[in-house]
Design a protein around this ligand. Structure first.
Ligand code: PHB
Length: 397
C-alpha cells in the first residue's frame, strides 16, 4: 500500500468516502464516539525503523490497557512524514484539518517537529512528541497542549562530557549531521565537556541525511584526538559505526556519542559497535522489573528487540491512556486533561519519570557501553536531569 494515509479501523465504504472528501468530517464524527488518534512518523528514509518502533510502543501500551482511551474506542490515522521538514506543516494539517484528529502523536525529526509545533499552536490540537528533541518545542515555543515523552536534544549530551574527561580523554572531535538535533546535541556536549576540562579540537558536520563519511573520517585520523563524540541515529548511525571501524579508527580513537548512535542498530553494526560509549535515558540491560517485562512482551508481540524509540512510544501510550482515564474520555475538557498529563508519573522501562513545567521528561541519564550486542548500563551519568526550559512562559510560572 503506497498511500501515505491509512485509515485502519473503519469500514471500507467509510474509508473510501472520507478519502475522496465526500464525507464531511463532522458527520463521520457524529457517527462514532471514537477518539481519533493521528500518527505522524517517518516510515521511509533513514529514520523509518524509528517510526515503526515508536508506533509499536504506542500500540503496546494502549493494548495492555484494553485498547481504548478513557473508555472510548480508537480510530487511527497515519501519515509518513519522510523526515522531510519542508512538508512538516502540510503533513500535520493532513491529520489535523482533514482527518480532524483529537491527538497528534509525532514525530522523530526535529525539523519536521517545528511544522507540527506550528500546527499544534495554531489549532490547539493535543500534540504528544515521542522523539524529536528540538529545544524550542519545550522552551521558547512551549505550549499547554504540547507534551514531550522523550528528551531535549541536549539532555543526553549534557551527561556525556564528564565521563569522557574522567577517562582521560581530554581532546575531542565532534561530528554530526548539521541540523537542529545535531547542533543542539553539540550544545550539551560542548557545555559538559568544556566544564569538565576537555577541549574540542574540531567540529565536523555533513547535511542530513548524508552518509558519505569518508573524507571526514580521513580528517579525524589526521587530527588524532583522544576521542570522537557524535550525534547520529537510525540507518545513518549504523553506517557511521561501520565506516568508523572500516577506516581503522575503532581501536585507535574511542568513539562516544549521544546514545541514539547505538539504538536499534546493533544487529546491523555487528562487531564494529562493540565498546562504543554513550549516554542516554534508557539502556537495554536496565535492571528494573518494568524493563524486563517490557522487553519480553515487546519481543513476543513484534518479533524484534525494543530500543529507546519503542520505550518512548510506549510511554506516549501510557501518558495518553492515563490522561484520558483521568478525564473519563472527555478530551474536550482541556483544562482537566492538561492538568492530568502534567501530573502523571510514568512507570517506564527507563525508570519512573515526571513532566517538567515546560512539559519535558525529568529523567536519569545512563552511561552505557556496547557489550555483546547490548547497550549495557555502566552507571547513572546524571540523576533526574531536567531541561532548562529556557524561554518557556509555563516554566517561569
Ligand atoms: C531529532 O531530529 O530530534 C532526532 C532524530 C533522531 C534521534 C534523536 C533526535 O534519534
Amino acid at each position: 500500500m503506497t498511500t501515505r494515509r491509512l485509515v485502519l479501523s473503519r469500514g471500507a465504504a467509510l474509508v473510501g468516502a472520507a478519502s475522496t472528501g465526500l464525507l464531511l468530517p463532522q458527520i463521520a464524527r457524529a457517527q462514532s464516539n471514537k477518539i481519533r488518534v493521528g500518527l505522524m512518523l517517518p516510515y521511509t528514509g533513514t529514520f523509518a525503523q524509528l517510526g515503526v518502533a515508536i508506533e509499536n510502543g504506542v500500540r503496546m501500551a494502549i493494548g495492555e490497557r484494553g485498547g481504548k482511551l478513557g473508555g472510548r474506542e480508537i480510530e487511527w490515522f497515519k501519515v509518513d512524514d519522510e523526515s522531510e521538514p519542508s512538508k512538516g506543516v502540510e503533513n500535520a494539517n493532513r491529520l489535523v484539518q482533514r482527518d480532524k484528529v483529537d491527538v497528534l502523536i509525532g514525530t522523530v525529526h526535529s525539523g519536521v517537529q517545528m511544522g507540527i509545533q506550528r500546527v499544534a499552536r495554531e489549532s490547539g490540537v493535543l500534540s504528544l512528541i515521542p522523539n524529536a528533541g528540538v529545544h524550542a518545542a519545550t522552551r521558547a515555543l512551549c505550549a499547554p497542549n504540547v507534551f514531550r515523552t522523550s528528551f531535549t536534544n541536549s539532555q543526553p549530551t549534557l551527561a556525556l562530557g564528564k565521563p569522557m574527561v574522567d577517562k582521560g580523554l581530554k581532546k575531542a572531535v565532534w561530528i554530526t549531521w548539521k541540523y537542529a538535533a545535531g547542533d543542539e546535541a553539540f550544545e550539551g556536549f560542548r557545555d559538559s565537556y568544556t566544564k569538565a576540562g576537555g577541549t574540542i579540537v574540531k567540529e565536523l558536520g555533513l547535511p542530513f541525511p548524508n552518509v558519505e563519511f569518508q573524507a571526514l573520517l580521513t580528517e579525524i585520523a589526521s587530527l588524532r584526538p583522544d576521542a570522537v563524540a557524535c550525534f547520529f541515529a537510525g540507518g545513518g548511525a549504523a553506517k557511521f559505526i561501520k565506516d568508523y571501524a572500516a577506516a581503522g579508527l575503532k581501536d585507535k580513537i574511542p568513539l562516544w556519542g549521544s546514545g541514539f548512535l547505538t539504538e536499534g542498530v546493533l544487529d546491523a553494526a555487528g562487531a564494529a559497535a562493540e565498546g562504543i560509549m554513550t549516554t542516554m535515558h534508557y539502556a537495554d540491560s536496565l535492571d528494573i522489573p518494568k524493563n524486563k517485562q517490557f522487553r519480553l512482551e515487546y519481543a513476543k508481540a513484534f518479533k524484534m528487540q525494543p530500543d529507546v524509540y519503542s520505550v518512548q512510544g510506549y510511554d506516549t501510550g501510557v501518558l495518553l491512556s492515563q490522561g484520558m482515564a483521568a478525564v473519563k474520555g472527555d478530551i474536550g475538557n482541556k483544562q482537566a486533561l492538561y492538568k492530568a498529563l502534567e501530573t502523571q508519573t510514568i512507570d517506564s522501562p527507563r525508570g519512573k519519570w515526571s513532566m517538567s513545567k515546560a512539559h519535558n521528561p525529568v529523567q536519569d541519564i545512563y552511561l552505557r557501553r556496547v557489550e555483546k550486542g547490548d547497550n549495557k548500563v555502566i552507571g547513572v551519568a546524571a540523576k533526574a536531569l531536567s531541561d532548562s526550559g529556557a524561554g518557556c512562559k509555563m516554566a517561569a510560572a
